[in-house]
Design a protein around this ligand. Structure first.
Ligand code: GLN
Length: 235
């Protein structure tokens, strides 16, 4: 069974574990670096990205998480996990200040669908195709956004898997801001064969196709040996 670590510091990790199990993978709740050993994939769940970063810093997880991705492990960030994986947070200083894991060449807007301060949960639904789905990639997926980020731009090495055309109400809301020209945003991307990110929450629906896709990506990656282990073995 492919072992998939699920970062379990806060947020929707339990739901991700259940979906991984449904797809035939073995979920491992990750709170310590040792728990990454043997995993070929890692899911960074939705939740609150500043809190996640603070806990990661306190528990010394930044280095092992970065090493996991650098050594080729598959990593999937959903919502807050996408923010955490991003290289850049855009649209104003109000969004900055938090430490990011980085690695994904995108610029995100942290709370594109609503304000964090008011902590609103705004589920919106969209439909997008799931790439590489074994039941035909044109079957639409119902995506749920919860105080979701948007990807405003992506680097040349990033493959865009899904976009969302903004409804008229959202465009009206953006008029007069620096995002008034935005007609559609990117909501799912893949980079370099091992990084996946979605701004929506597939783990809160009963559709497991995104998890299946991630399991395939993880099966193609090698199991993680631990920080520095590769170097030790090669020496
Ligand atoms: N907007 C939240 C953040 O900044 C993410 C919300 C979510 O993960 N559902 O972390």
């Amino acid at each position: 069974k492919t072992k998939i670590g699920v970062l379990a510091l806060q947020g929707s990790f339990a739901e991700h574990c259940a979906h991984v199990r449904r797809c035939g993978g073995e979920p491992v709740e990750v709170r310590k670096a040792e728990q990454l050993v043997g995993c070929s994939g890692l899911i960074i769940p939705g939740g609150e990205s500043t809190t996640m970063a603070n806990i990661c810093r306190r528990w010394n997880l930044f280095e092992p998480l970065r090493d996991f991705a650098a050594s080729g492990g598959a990593v999937w960030g959903t919502c807050a996990g996408l923010i955490f994986l991003a290289d850049r947070i855009g649209r104003g200083a109000k969004q900055g200040g938090q430490e990011l894991l980085g690695g994904l060449d995108v610029t995100v807007d942290r709370n594109f669908f609503g304000s964090q301060a008011r902590s609103i949960t705004t589920p919106t639904s969209m439909r997008c195709a799931v790439p590489d789905a074994d039941d035909g990639s044109d079957t639409p997926f119902r995506a749920i956004f919860i105080r979701a980020p948007a990807i405003l731009s992506a680097g040349p090495g990033v493959e865009v898997l899904a976009e969302y055309a903004l409804p008229e109400e959202k465009r009206a809301e953006l008029r007069g801001t620096d995002a008034e020209d935005v007609e559609k945003i990117i909501v799912a991307v893949k980079q370099g064969g091992n990084l996946l990110a979605t701004s929506f929450h597939p783990e809160v629906t009963s559709d497991v196709r995104w998890h299946k896709l991630f399991l395939e990506m993880s099966s193609a990656a090698k199991a993680y040996a631990g920080v520095g282990e590769d170097a030790v073995r090669k020496a």
